[in-house]
Design a protein around this ligand. Structure first.
Ligand code: NAX
Length: 332
């Protein structure tokens, strides 16, 4: 007897004609985010500009041309009320890039407006069980702004992505130690998705042993590893002339898959509620354990040494100052 396939998951994705989505959407449709038996319907959102919608049409044609068995539908819209309708997951990838000479405060405010609108649209239109993952930068603060507009889709459902930073840190440690990435575990990112983040090397393990003991070079860990991970995005722009795209899409696959997998322990930016000394109302990268599909708890009580405390203070100060900049946009 053949088992009845599960009902499709509706996945709303913004920035769907952009470069991250050009890798991400195909992997979702291939079953890498929600599993090889789970059908999906993609609800693709772009800005109401002819060029963007035309490009989106081309992406949809390519998705069609893959004949993905799990892809049960593609919907396209520039209206958030339509795009987020009944969505079970909302992946907020689109945002406005920083233009030449643009101040970070202006970027925060310009993108903040997008996330005010999208937060409201998600609260009014998404499915009751909707979960949100924010990728568009500044991701942590955009996530805070979006969540602040919601009553139904509560703050604990709003997450921002620091998984790319976790993956970057894992590979840097593996390469330094001369081991496989699968030999490295317990890599957690604390704070902002920005160069101030703290990749907590003192908690990481290599084949079960503390990473600092295996690597035996604290100066490298503090003075090279941390800045390399923190500034990796800029290094990729310098090399490629474009920001990270395939690796960001890959990280979002990991982020959502692990949030859907009970027992997974991974780095996610969530409302801090004061964990590890973060301002309670900012979204900070933290180690979380998935407790049920879409639900998690912050892993509490991990030891933080003086170096780590200093790093966490710096990244918390940045998150708090971003919060101050966008304070007039916060709903609730
Ligand atoms: P692209 O500029 O290639 O694509 C962004 C797309 O979003 C564009 O097609 C644009 O029309 C669309 N868009 C803008 N506003 C929108 C709105 N209100 N509704 C729907 N669509 C909208 O950028 P891409 O390289 O794909 O990067 C997307 C975002 O991810 C950027 O903000 C980028 O900074 C951020 N990143 C975040 C990372 C993270 O780890 N959190 C890493 C990678 C990346 O830098």
């Amino acid at each position: 007897m053949t088992a009845t396939p599960p009902a499709p998951i509706r996945v709303a994705v913004t920035g769907a004609a952009g470069q991250i989505c050009y890798s991400l959407l195909f992997r979702i449709a291939a079953g890498e985010m929600f599993g090889k038996d789970q059908p999906v319907i993609l609800q693709l959102l772009e800005i109401p500009v002819e060029k963007a919608m035309q490009a989106l049409g081309g992406v949809a044609m390519e998705l069609d041309d893959c004949a993905f068995p799990l892809l049960h539908g593609i919907e396209m819209s520039s209206d958030p009320a339509v795009g987020f309708k009944d969505a079970n997951w909302a992946l907020l990838v689109g945002s406005k890039p920083r233009g030449p000479g643009m101040e970070r405060a202006d970027l925060l405010k310009d993108n903040g407006k997008i996330f005010v609108g999208q937060g409201k649209a998600i609260d009014e239109n998404a499915a009751d069980n909707c979960r949100v993952a924010v990728v568009g930068n500044p991701a942590n603060t955009n996530c805070m702004i979006g969540a602040s507009q919601c009553k139904r889709i509560t703050a604990d459902r709003w997450t921002a992505m620091v998984r790319l930073d976790q993956n970057r840190a894992t590979t840097q440690l593996a390469q330094k130690a001369g081991v496989a990435t699968t030999d490295v575990s317990d890599v957690y990112i604390f704070g902002n998705h920005s160069p101030t983040m703290f990749p907590a090397f003192h908690l990481a393990a290599i084949n079960g042993r503390p990473a600092p003991e295996v690597i035996g070079d604290d100066a490298w860990l503090q003075n090279e590893f941390c800045p390399t991970v923190g500034k990796r995005g800029a290094a990729i722009i310098a090399a490629r002339g474009l920001s990270s795209a395939a690796s960001a899409g890959n990280a979002l696959i990991d982020h959502v898959r692990d949030l859907s997998t009970p027992g997974a322990v991974h780095s996610v930016a969530v409302k801090s509620n004061g964990a590890y000394g973060f301002h309670p109302d900012v979204w900070a990268g933290l180690p979380v354990k998935t407790t049920a599909p879409g639900q998690y708890e912050v892993v509490q009580g991990l030891p933080i040494d003086d170096f780590g405390a200093g790093m966490i203070k710096t990244t918390n100060d940045e998150l708090t100052s971003e919060r101050d900049t966008v304070a007039p946009m916060l709903g609730g």
